[in-house]
Design a protein around this ligand. Structure first.
Ligand code: PEP
Ligand code: MG
Length: 590
């Protein structure tokens, strides 16, 4: 009898990995308080120092691997962690507590960590508060070293397997990815967790949110991670292994085939050009954007610079360098940098010490930036400096605009900082291209007035769907109600595109919808000419565009727009497009 089992999670990075499981429990064991006799105190302090040294060596090794394989942005996270380990404020406190209270190192470490984290939470400064995460990461690393728990060694040349863990800290993801681990699955994690970002940018299939994974996989011999469907198969039958091997092979072949078409124009059958741009979260993804044939960057989620900047603030020079790197990669532009979209659910824990009752409706995006003038000033100055040395390519985009005054204020600030920089004899651009993200229904309904103030619109359908349908995009309980094809959302999208046309300003769409094969004809038919998406999606969208005619797309869009429900629209699109999608071997998920 077979013990095969399929566990369900959320697919966050597409692809299929088949291999031996590498099961790791990363969460530390529970810590208990153990009183020490006088004679035990010094050996306990020595134990702490030795564990610290081991943890330090581990981090140094990680940084070495990471710089070769994953890119400099992650090295800075690891270096930040080493700095904390070396910080006397941290370790001296632990030693002091061991001596004062005659307690074990694990317990003392836990107490000091709690205290430090609580202190960080009190800090008014956004950047410093964000460092709590680093302290927690370091404490975890040290706790594991104290408990003698190490990540399994991996033979460099052998098949490294698939990492299955309760929780995968970014440091481990980097190390194991650089040793050839071919898939990730974890009990925790989400669409925007650091490890997910690493998996996506390295093209490693990943599934998160798999309840009971470690327990189920403990004795497994072979597993399959299906990043499309969000499935983890434990010891599947040979027939299933064969099916998945074929699928994996087909996916690989299809990706290669599609990448081979990256140089072809995204032009419809009747000769209309569509501009395909990339959404990137890390500078490291530039290469993928290029190989997918992106014409530029439609969305750089600058808030991810937070990830790379600790322990110091993402300072003006550091930010300027990051923006310049993007501009050097796409000197003709567009390079669209979105100003920090922090708060809400995004890095909210790190940014806002005090939890809000309704964070998604709270201090987020441009609202947060306008309340933190110094923090925003640093970013705007960095953007102006980068634009000054690479004229003509940068677009600045502001998230979560609901009020016309918000963009007006950003314009005033940009003028003020341009003056400042000019006085400092730094080159600044003649004109600044400023756009609004349209992702709040109020902005879509008021688009005419907004259009008079900005140079372009970027429709964020992830949030536009969330706010139009009053459905939290991160809440699994209402996930079935999160429907970008709801006619109300389509009408708002259509409205924004027509207003953009009328006012002669470009409109792009950078929500996940831009990468959805079913949405492509509707959006083209509604008049959208700029699509921005995560780089791996570019080839599929390109091939779809090349197989569509604008005439046909318009017909489909008009019909969809007149429907009453999301379900009707989805079924209609599926019926209209299933022939084309299967001809192009495009997989879709509803
Ligand atoms: C969106 O809301 O559609 C968008 C592109 O931004 P984010 O997903 O970062 O909120
Ligand atoms: Mg958004």
């Amino acid at each position: 009898m077979s013990d095969s089992k399929t566990l369900i999670g959320v697919g966050v990075s597409p692809g299929i990995a088949i291999g031996r499981p590498l099961v790791v429990e990363n969460r530390p064991l529970p810590v208990v308080r153990m009183p020490l006799s006088d004679a035990q105190i010094e050996p306990e302090v020595r134990k702490l120092r030795e564990a610290t040294a081991r943890a330090g060596q581990h981090l140094a090794q990680l940084a070495k691997h990471a710089s070769k394989k994953v890119g400099a942005e992650f090295v800075s996270i690891l270096e930040a962690h080493r700095l904390i380990l070396d910080d006397p404020l941290f370790l001296d406190e632990v030693e002091k507590l061991i001596r004062q209270e005659a307690v074990n190192a694990e317990w003392a470490l836990e107490q000091v960590t709690h205290r430090l984290v609580a202190q960080f939470e009190q800090l008014g400064d956004l950047y410093l508060r964000e460092r709590r995460t680093d302290v927690l990461d370091v404490a975890l690393e040290l706790q594991r070293a104290l408990q003698g728990r190490v990540t399994p060694a991996i033979d460099k040349d052998a098949d490294a397997g698939i990492l299955l863990a309760d929780d995968i800290p970014p440091s481990q993801a980097i190390r194991l990815a650089s040793h050839g681990v071919s898939g990730f699955a974890s009990e925790t994690g989400g669409q925007t967790s650091h490890t997910t970002i690493i998996a996506k940018s390295l093209g490693i299939p990943a599934v998160v949110g798999v309840t009971g994974l470690v327990r189920e996989a403990e004795t497994a011999h072979l597993v399959i991670v299906d990043g499309f469907e969000g499935h983890v198969l434990i010891d599947p039958d040979p027939a299933l292994i064969q099916v998945y091997s074929l699928r994996a092979e087909e996916h690989r072949r299809r990706q290669e085939e599609l990448l081979g078409l990256a140089h072809l124009p995204a032009r419809t059958l009747d000769g209309h050009d569509i501009r395909l741009l990339a959404n990137i979260d890390l500078v490291h993804e530039i290469a993928a954007a290029r190989s997918g044939g992106a014409e530029g960057i439609g969305l750089f989620r600058s808030e991810f610079l937070f990830l790379q900047a600790s322990p110091d603030l993402p300072g003006e020079d550091q930010q300027t360098a990051a923006y310049e790197e993007l501009l050097e990669a796409f000197p003709q532009g567009p390079v669209t940098v979105r100003t920090f979209d922090l708060g809400g659910r995004k890095l909210a824990r790190e940014v806002l010490g005090n939890p809000e009752a309704n964070p998604v409706l709270g201090l987020r995006g441009v609202r947060l930036c306008l309340q933190k003038p110094e923090f925003f000033r640093t970013q705007l100055r960095a953007l102006l400096r980068a634009a000054g040395s690479h004229p003509g390519a940068l677009r600045i985009m502001v998230p979560l605009i609901g009020h016309v005054e918000e963009v007006k204020t950003v314009r005033v600030l940009l003028r003020r900082y341009s003056e400042e920089l000019r006085a400092e004899k730094r080159p600044v651009p003649e004109t600044v291209v400023l756009g609004a993200m349209v992702e709040v229904p109020a902005a879509a309904m008021n688009a005419e007035h907004l259009a008079a103030e900005v140079d372009f619109f970027a429709i964020g359908t992830n949030d536009l769907t969330q706010y139009t349908l009053a459905v939290d995009r991160g809440n699994e309980q209402v996930a079935n109600l999160f429907r970008p094809f709801h006619p109300a959302v389509l009408r708002l999208v259509s409205r924004v595109i027509s207003v953009g046309d009328r006012f002669g300003i470009p409109v792009s769409l950078c929500g996940e919808m831009a990468a959805d094969p079913l949405a492509v004809p509707v959006l083209v038919g509604l008049g959208l000419r700029e699509f921005s998406m995560h780089p791996p999606a570019l080839p599929v969208v390109r091939s779809l565009v090349r197989n569509l005619s604008l005439r046909e797309a318009r017909r489909i869009a008009q019909k969809a727009l007149a429907m009453a429900t999301a379900k009707e629209v989805e079924e209609y699109l599926l019926e209209q497009l299933s022939g084309l999608l299967s001809h192009l071997k495009v997989r879709i998920r509803l």
